[in-house]
Design a protein around this ligand. Structure first.
Ligand SMILES: *Cc1c(COP(=O)(O)O)cnc(C)c1O
Length: 379
């Protein structure tokens, strides 16, 4: 699904000395590289504060702790996402409220979101799934009207733009009260282990969060709040700082691959290619609205299991993200849920398939993958 080796070989000369420098300096924890990366990411994103942490799941958890959410507070998020999003809500004894997504862009459905709001609702967690933002303009409007916090799960869309209806562009993850991202190796900006970060434009919240990631300390050995130990280690920061200048070109490579996939499947009626729902509505150089963390198709009238087997037999990896709706997972079932409120997710889990997507995909590989799929469908 990803070619981390190919990408590493290409940037070895930049990454290796950067890692070496950390080792020579033995500044493994909170070394200067962490601060440098933090500053560079703040500039790239156009956000006031980046707080690095240990992984994307922690980033979400710490964001919620920073906002002071309390047990029993309802937090609305989507049924169709990686479990980490709902896991941290439950872990903090907040009440997860799962809602359905859109059929076309897989992101939170605005009508379902509105319907789920109660007097106990305190926050919304839109997930920018597969590389493009949820409808943030509508979400921010709803949040303002109901006095709710917005925590963006930006683990899959770092570097993507969000275009407002007036044409203003902002980076994904910098729109809500706080954004959380992951630097897991296969993410669009991945390190060589675990890593994550929290973004905010709110000075006070940034200060609170900087203490939380460090055992609730604002002054050495004074623990003002219950915190956690969640740090981005200096070696990972060195990798990320070396890769950050390449993020835009990495995302361009992904967009180019997506364009070629789209072209190949254009006339296949059993395949629905991913929709770009923001900006000009297409994969274009000025919008950059979709950075294709995953390239996900919807299959209509195709035996998915048989297709997966056919591709695997040919040595082509593929994935099903996600095979089970969260509301059906043992850990997150709740008697309040009603099946008919999850019609889209229930269907998507049966129809979706994600194809190899990374920065090193070559035309011949795309050709090999798409012709294997088309051949299978045409029998
Ligand atoms: C990867 C991911 C996370 C968690 O990130 P980790 O760094 O693996 O903890 C959270 N949410 C979404 C949507 C993700 O894709």
């Amino acid at each position: 699904m990803v070619d981390l080796k190919g990408q590493y070989n290409d940037i070895k000369d930049i990454v290796n000395p950067s890692i070496q420098e950390v080792i020579e300096n033995t500044a493994f924890i909170n070394g200067p590289k962490v601060h440098e990366f933090q500053k560079n990411l703040e500039t790239y994103l156009g956000v006031k504060h980046v707080i690095p942490c240990a992984n994307g799941t922690d980033a979400l958890q710490i964001a919620m702790m920073g906002l002071g959410l309390k047990p029993g507070d309802e937090v609305i998020t989507v049924d169709f996402t990686f479990a980490a999003t709902v896991e941290v809500i439950a872990l903090l004894q907040l009440t997860p409220v799962l809602v359905d997504v859109n059929e076309d862009d897989f992101n939170i459905n605005i009508e379902a979101l509105k319907k789920a709001i109660t007097p106990n609702t305190k926050a919304i967690v839109p997930v920018h799934l597969f590389g493009q933002c949820a409808n943030m303009e509508a979400i921010m409007h709803i949040a303002k009207a109901h006095n709710l916090y917005v925590i963006e799960d930006n683990a899959q869309a770092i570097g993507a733009n969000y275009t407002y209806s007036n044409g203003t562009k902002v980076k994904a993850g910098t729109i809500g009260d706080v954004g959380a991202t992951s630097f897991f190796p296969s993410k669009n900006l991945g390190c060589y282990g675990d890593g994550g970060a929290i973004f905010t434009n709110n000075d006070e919240l940034a200060h609170t969060i900087r203490g939380i990631v460090n055992h609730g300390m604002y002054e050495r050995y004074h623990h003002d709040v219950v915190g956690v130990n969640s740090r981005l280690d200096s070696i990972q920061a060195a990798v990320l700082d070396a890769k950050l200048p390449k993020l835009d070109s990495y995302n361009k490579s992904r967009q180019n691959a997506a364009r070629k996939y789209n072209q190949a499947f254009k006339n296949i009626k059993q395949i629905i290619t991913p929709k770009v729902s923001n900006g000009c509505g297409d994969i274009c150089d000025t919008c950059d609205c979709h950075v294709f963390h995953q390239y996900t198709l919807k299959l209509k009238g195709v035996d998915r299991d048989a297709l997966v087997k056919h591709l695997n037999d040919k040595g082509i990896p593929c994935g099903v993200y996600y095979p089970i709706p969260l509301h059906k997972q043992k850990a997150y079932q709740d008697s309040r849920y009603n099946e008919k409120d999850f019609a889209v997710t229930n269907q998507l889990v049966k129809d979706v398939i994600s194809l190899p997507m990374h920065t090193e995909l070559e035309d011949e590989q795309i050709e090999f993958i798409t012709s294997a799929i088309i051949k299978f469908i045409n029998g």
